[in-house]
Design a binder for this molecule. Structure first.
Ligand code: 5GP
Ligand code: ZN
Length: 116
C-alpha cells in the first residue's frame, strides 16, 4: 500500500468506485475517461509499479489478474473481441504507477492503432 497512490486508495476503499469484479488479489472498475465503449481497469491489490514488477513479485497475483481480465471481458460481452493494454513508463503513456490492465472493447480495432 502506497499512501499517495490513487489505485491503492481505490483498493483500500478510501476512494469509492463502482467495482465490476473483485477477488482476494484483484479488483476491476471502469476507467474514468473511457477510450472505448468498454474500458475497464483490472488492478492487483498489491502495489507494484508496473506489470513486469508484478510478474516478478507474485505469479499468483499475475494469474489472478489475467483470470479477472477474462471474467470482465465475458461479463462485458467482449470476450471474442477486445484489446488488452499494459503501459509501462511515462514514455509509453503510463500515468498511474500501480500495475493495471486496460480491457478495451466494443469498437473495431482492426483498422486503427499502430497496426497491432
Ligand atoms: P495509464 O495511463 O497509467 O496506463 O492508465 C491510467 C488510467 O487510469 C487512465 O486511463 C485514466 O483515465 C484512469 N484514471 C485516472 N484516475 C482515475 C480515477 O480516479 N478513477 C478511475 N476509475 N480511473 C482513473
Ligand atoms: Zn498503489
Amino acid at each position: 500500500m502506497s499512501e499517495d497512490c490513487l489505485f491503492c486508495r481505490i483498493v483500500s476503499g478510501a476512494l469509492p468506485t463502482d467495482l465490476l469484479a473483485e477477488s482476494e488479489r484483484s479488483i476491476a472498475f471502469r476507467d474514468i475517461s473511457p477510450q472505448a465503449p468498454v474500458h475497464v481497469l483490472v488492478v492487483p491489490r498489491r502495489h507494484e509499479p508496473n506489470i513486469g514488477a508484478l510478474a516478478a513479485a507474485s505469479s499468483d497475483d499475475l494469474a489472478d489478474l489475467f483470470a479477472m481480465v477474462s471474467q470482465v471481458a465475458q461479463a462485458q460481452g467482449v470476450a471474442q473481441n477486445h484489446r488488452l493494454v499494459f503501459n509501462t513508463g511515462a514514455g509509453a503513456g503510463q500515468t498511474i504507477f500501480h500495475a493495471h490492465a486496460h480491457v478495451l472493447g466494443g469498437v473495431d480495432f482492426s483498422d486503427h492503432g499502430l497496426g497491432l
